[in-house]
Design a protein around this ligand. Structure first.
Ligand code: UDX
Ligand code: UDX
Length: 452
């Protein structure tokens, strides 16, 4: 079997590397428009930082795993084509700021129709609004050739930072398709692929629309848990309750469960906000404004949490950060990734810059270029200093804001850091990562989410 995956991003790259590793009888070609991204996939400096990924890529690359910009050729040769291109929030026209922009998916479908090369199974891997497969089907059915196309939905549930673990041992694999004979055959083919390493009991098959909607719903439910606990964190600060204690107390109820109850400066990443906005937009489109508002509130709570965090900084620092220097530890939207898309650090830093603070940023994996681009500032902007270590970033600052839960921040010599800072030195822990006992002797004024 030959597989082609269009889109060599955070989803396409790791997923295809795992399929190649587990299915030695399958040839996997990952294609992308972006030449420099493909060049990186073909080097030891991968475009995606993900623990364990490089080893897997090195093991399979050049044997049954290939990265290329020869998109048409790879489509032509493939039996199964995964579409893994981005579906960002639309930035223009109708649905601006809410709907998913499906132009890349549509381009892929048109290209598949144009290129031909025999019968194919086309699999939506990207997260898409429910009923997107209808659009893909219609485009393919108008292809100027005699080939037949089966469209499936197989959303990816991996989380960044744990992608390899999640791919190796997923909670479930979801495959949606038509219940026609050809639809069932196509589903079976993709089920067999995953069955190389995943127990068949974990492979769920559904109709197309259930599969598409399940992905949006899963992300909405996960994000809702974070917004729920973050809402309670504000009440904890007002009442003297401790949000971690509350999370622990409710999480031991097996009906609630312990995961995804970590209060934070807010959720980030390329999926949660985009998918909830999209879900909410769909609800409006289908005449369900109350349902739309219900889900929208999850995003609003997240915005509130980020602005509340900056407000706490302002309050603690005598209502002004103007001319002060603030150290930012962590810029990625979570640990173990170089991805900063929708990271809460972006909103926090932008607000601090608006308040005329100078910021010194250190993140173990996020590049200077990514930071500058996501803050929409000039490379020469003197308000930002990019640092090579946590200690260097703290030097001479009035406060540290910890925004990503990188493990290395737990292992720092806090007395040493404190002595290099302006006094009074503040520590704003946006992830409740640092044990307050560790800071106790150093003299920091500590402020944590959901704690007084
Ligand atoms: C993205 C979405 O964020 C996610 O919701 C969806 O489920 C899968 O796609 P990700 O892999 O993180 O996830 O996106 P990104 O890293 O931006 O990768 C997409 C790649 O597709 C880019 O490298 C881009 O160059 C490529 N692309 C995009 C194409 O090759 N062709 C196109 O027409 C458009
Ligand atoms: C998410 C989903 O988990 C994954 O299944 C889906 O395929 C894509 O979207 P991802 O965005 O990679 O994955 O990361 P995730 O681990 O879900 O974290 C998202 C954000 O929530 C991060 O900013 C994280 O720090 C934050 N978070 C997570 C919390 O603030 N508290 C928590 O308890 C958990």
């Amino acid at each position: 079997m030959k597989i082609c995956c269009i889109g060599a991003g955070y989803v396409g790259g790791p997923t295809m590397a795992m399929i190649a590793k587990k299915c030695k009888d399958v040839t996997v070609t990952v294609v992308d428009l972006n030449q420099s991204r493909i060049d990186k996939w073909n080097s030891d400096d991968l475009p995606v930082y993900e623990p364990g990924l490089l080893e897997i890529v090195k093991e399979a690359r050049g044997k049954n795993l290939f990265f290329s910009t020869e998109i048409d050729q790879a489509i032509k040769d493939a039996d199964v084509i995964f579409i893994s291109v981005n579906t960002p929030t639309k930035l223009y026209g109708s649905g601006k700021g809410k709907a998913a922009d499906l132009k890349y998916i549509e381009l892929c479908a048109r290209n598949i129709a144009k290129v031909g090369g025999g019968d194919k199974i086309v699999v939506e891997k990207s997260t898409v609004p429910v009923r997107t497969a209808q659009m893909v089907k219609e485009i393919l059915s108008e292809a100027n050739n005699t080939h037949s196309y089966e469209v499936l939905s197989n959303p990816e549930f991996l989380a960044e930072g744990t992608a390899i673990k999640d791919l190796e041992n997923p909670d479930r694999v979801l495959i949606g398709g038509d219940s026609t004979d050809n639809g069932k055959k196509a589903i079976e083919k993709v089920v067999n692929l995953y069955a190389h390493w995943i127990d068949r009991k974990k492979i769920i098959t559904t109709n197309l629309w259930s599969s598409e909607l399940s992905k949006l719903t899963a992300n909405a439910f996960l994000a809702q848990r974070i917004s729920s606990i973050n809402a309670i964190s504000a009440l904890c600060e007002a009442t003297g309750a401790d949000v971690d204690e509350v999370a622990n107390a409710i999480g031991t109820d097996s009906r609630i469960g312990p995961k995804f109850l970590k209060s934070s400066v807010g959720f980030g990443g390329s999926c949660f906000q985009k998918d909830i906005l999209n879900l909410s937009y769909l609800c409006k489109h289908f005449g369900l404004p109350e349902v739309a508002n219900y889900w929208n509130q999850v995003v609003e709570m997240n915005e509130y949490q980020k602005s509340r965090f900056v407000q706490r900084i302002m309050d603690a620092m005598f209502n002004t950060v103007s001319g002060k220097s603030i150290c930012i530890w962590g810029f990625a939207f979570k640990k173990d990734t170089n991805d900063a898309r929708e990271s809460p650090a972006i909103s926090v830093c932008k607000r601090l810059l608006e308040e005329q603070a100078n910021i010194r940023i250190y993140d173990p994996q996020v590049s200077k270029a990514t930071i500058i681009e996501s803050l929409s500032i000039d490379e020469s902007d003197s308000r930002l200093t990019y640092c090579e270590s946590a200690k260097e970033a703290a030097q001479g600052t009035h406060a540290i804001a910890l925004l990503t839960e990188w493990e290395e921040f737990k292992k720092i010599d806090y007395d040493d850091v404190y002595s290099s800072m302006q006094k009074p030195a503040h520590f704003f822990d946006g992830r409740n990562l640092i044990d307050p006992d560790v800071l106790k002797h150093s003299g920091f004024r500590l402020s944590r989410i959901g704690k007084v």
